[in-house]
Ligand binder design. Structure first.
Ligand SMILES: [Zn+2]
Length: 107
């Protein structure tokens, strides 16, 4: 666990001071409005998000955008699986209902 602390960094674009706060992953420079990804604490925050999303922490460097894309991709796969499972349950349910109806009609 990282200890939250104040971090004042310099904008890589204009050199202006930026205070991203303890948990920010991405900030916009107040001086030149450039969007800046914060590391390594921001990466650690994203790594925690990855673990929560069930994504292995990559060994190669990933940008915050890569990580967001990865999480979105996993979420889409999860949604698709849930949809398939619901469809299978519906079909099985209809088959069982049909068999019960037949049993009642001809039993
Ligand atoms: Zn700047």
């Amino acid at each position: 666990m990282l200890t939250p602390r104040a971090r004042v960094i310099s904008c890589p674009n204009c050199g202006g001071p930026i205070d991203p706060g303890a948990d920010a992953v991405r900030v916009t420079c107040e001086h030149c409005h450039r969007v800046i990804d914060i590391t390594p604490e921001g990466v650690a925050t994203m790594a925690n998000a990855l673990v929560k999303a069930g994504v292995a922490i990559p060994k190669h460097a990933m940008s915050v955008d890569d990580i967001h894309a990865e999480i979105a991709e996993r979420d889409a796969v999860k949604r698709e699986r849930t949809k398939t499972a619901l469809l299978v349950a519906l079909v099985v349910g209809l088959m069982v209902a049909g068999l019960v109806a037949l049993a009642i009609a001809f039993g």
